[in-house]
Structure formats: C-alpha cells, structure tokens
Design a protein around this ligand. Sequence first.
Ligand code: GLC
Length: 476
Amino acid sequence: MRFRPEPSAVDLAIEEEHAPLALSNSQTEEKVKELLKCLRLTGENVLRVGDIFSQEMENGINDQPSTLLMENTYIPELLNGTETGDFLALDLGGTNFRILLISLQNENVVREEVMQYHISDDLRLGEGEVLFDYLADCLYDFVHKCGVASRRLVMGFTFSFPMHQRSLNCGVLIKWTKSFAATNVEGQDVVKMLGEAIKRKGGIDVDIIAILNDTTGTLLQGCRLDHECGIGLILGTGSNACYMERAERVSHWEAERHGEKEVIIDIEWGAFGDGGLLDFIRTDFDKQVDTNSLFANSFTFEKYISGKYLGELVRLILVNLANHRLIFNGILSKKMQQIDSFTTNYVSHVEKDNVDNTICETDTVLKGFNLDYNEDDIQVVKYVCEVVSIRAALLVSTCLAEVIKRMNRDSVTVAVDGSLYKHHPRFKHWMLKFVEILAPRHKFQLMLAEDGSGKGAGLAAAVAQRLRDSYCHNSK
Ligand code: GLC
C-alpha cells in the first residue's frame, strides 16, 4: 500500500509557509487575495497530483501511454571508482553551450578544460544541419585549443531535450523544448547528426559513445560526491528528474542486455499533465503562459515549475492586477507589458526580501520597470512571487516524493542542479519540508551537484567506455 498523508497535514504545512498579505487598503488586500486564490494548492490537490504522477510513472515504465517518457538511458551503473582517462563532453540544452575535456583518475577529476560558446537565436531556430555544423566547428576549435587534436577521443553528449534512446549512443529527438526549435531535427538521431557534422568538418577524431540528459549527468556527478546518490534533478530553465530503477521493472529495452540489475530512467516530467490530466490545478494565468510560449499545449508541468516560465507567470499576474487597478495605479509601463521581461531571477531577488523581511531587492527590481509604485505595490509583488514559488516547490516536491517512494531505499541522496534551485532562497527549504511530509517513511538528502550537465557527459563517456571494454572482454 502506498503511504498517503492526511490532506489536512499537507494543508497545514502549506499554510505555515504563506505569509499573510497586509496592505494599507483592506479592500485591495481582499481583492488581491481573491484573484490569487486559484494558485494556492490544497493538500487534497497536491495528493491528487502525486497519485496521478505515480500512475503515470507506472504506465510509462510498462510502455503504456503516459505523459512521462520514463526513458531508458541504458546507463546501468554509476561510477565505480576505476574510471581513468581523458574524456570529452559536450553540453547542449541550457542557457549556454559548453565543451569540456576532463581527465579522470579513479573517479577524481584531475584536470578540466571548459569553453563556452554562444548559440545565436538564428542557430536555435534555423536549419538543424547548420546548428550541428556549428557544434562541430566549436568542437574542432576546442580540441585544437586544448592541444589534443591529434588524438582519438571518446565523448559524452549531454542533450537536454526529450529524446527516445535506442542505446547508450543513439538518441532520437522527440520534441524541442525551451528556446530551441531548429528544423529537421525532430525524429532524427542527434548522435548521428553530430557524428556526420564532425565528419563533414574533418580534422578531428571523436567517437560519441554516450548520449544523455542533464539529469543523468547530474546523477553521475552526484554519485561521485556521495555514493547514496540515486536521483538526479534539474531545476533550471527547464525541469526534469531521473532515478535508478530496478532493471526487471523496465519493459522498454532495445539494446542488447548484459544482465543489468539497475538502469537510470529519465522521467521527462516537463510534459507531465499534457492533454488535460492536471487541469484541476490549471489557472487562467497558466493558460496565458502556455499561449505565449514557443510550444503551446505542451510541457504543461514545466510551465508551472521551471525557470523559463515562473517569472513570466508573475508578470502576467501583475499585469492582471494592474488591469484591475489593484497595483501601480492601474498603469503599466511598456517593459512590464513585454513578454518575458520579468525574469525568474527577479523572482529569486524578490524572494530574498520575503526571507529577510525587507523591501530593498523588490524596490530595485521595480525601479528597472519604469513604474509608478508605492509601499503596498511592493507588498503585492512580494506576495505574488511567494505564491508562485510555493506552488512550484510543492509540485516539484510532490513528484520527487513519489520517485523516492518508488525507489524505496533506506536512504537516498538527490543530486540537484539548475539556476532556480541555486538562486531561489527558499526552494530548498520548501522541498525538504514538503517531501518529508509527503514521504515521511523515507530518508533523503538534497545535495547540490554543480555542473552535472557538463562534467556528467564526461563521466557518462567514462562509464560507457568501461562497459564497452567489459562487454568486449566477456565476449572473448
Ligand atoms: C527540459 C528537457 C529535459 C531536461 C530539462 C532540464 O524539460 O525536456 O530533457 O532535462 O529541460 O534541462
């Protein structure tokens, strides 16, 4: 039987985190509260989301229709400490595109070269082959600058988009997300596309032996720091998680099997709830975020929780409140009316004021918007950021609690990375509190595992190389 706390206990935990709104004008105060009520989750709704998520995980792992991909990554083991050598890593999917060269010696990174490359909007949104040619150009530049161009190198490729993996080095892009929409890539194996681009470029010898998602990279990086690590979680521009699953539970396995006991499963929870499953928590503000996004009607869950959307959600709420003449004297500046002008980073800044009980950060943020505002407006902005942030933290915690319950280990460490987690002053605190309420029988820790998407690709290449060697050895 799955443990399910009393809804009232969850309600209480949520209530404790919401500070009351106190404005000089009580009528405005009531109206603001009323308009934002729809964003405050009840314990019952939180538990319902958890039940649905758990069922969706079960459907996905059994290859049944589900809004969670539950993708087999074909990585059956974490690092075992024997991995040694130089590994290239390519990281595409977040705000930046990076290439790394890491030298491993018994699990320790003894040398690391990193270079960051800019990807213009033209490349993100243009022809796919041109994008991959650019990646190959950067790789060529990087290996030459690092002085390793004459060597044959193995590489891990972090590609943080929903993909269907056929093996450890075959990943078919299902759908672009975040700010990428290059043409003629969806439905293609991106390892093959990159491999071909590298060949077209010539002059370097790179073998892409592993493709992975940033959550997988974060889990691998986390396991280097803590051997109890079993979950990788990203809370950044996008959001997603992966975990170690028992191999016998995994129906989908296209590559050859080698008696694996476990395997990392990439949940892909960004699209959780697509198609109406989570409509009972969807507000008009969420619908507006969706309509304004690059990918309408998809990635429903990500739009409630991730860095790409939280700021925009806050902005739309503020615009709505101003239209009701409840803030800013009813007058909006041009900037405030611009899509995406209120970034999630601003939300984190405003949240600092909520922690410290001050107004200076919010004041600075609002100054940049060219608005006429007073002390009450500042309080409302702080309130909106809190409500939106608590909802996001609750939803993330609900899913995380379900993963922890599913793994059922004595103790599990969750490796976390991403700008939202790193910069939001209260996200971690809320996650610790909410997950404990939702999965009280399980011990867990949250551990920051920075740069998992970068280094993790190198680590995945190292694991892949070790597995390849052992399979070859066993077949001799
Ligand atoms: C998006 C991608 C997913 C990635 C996440 C975090 O949700 O689809 O693959 O893990 O962003 O970057």
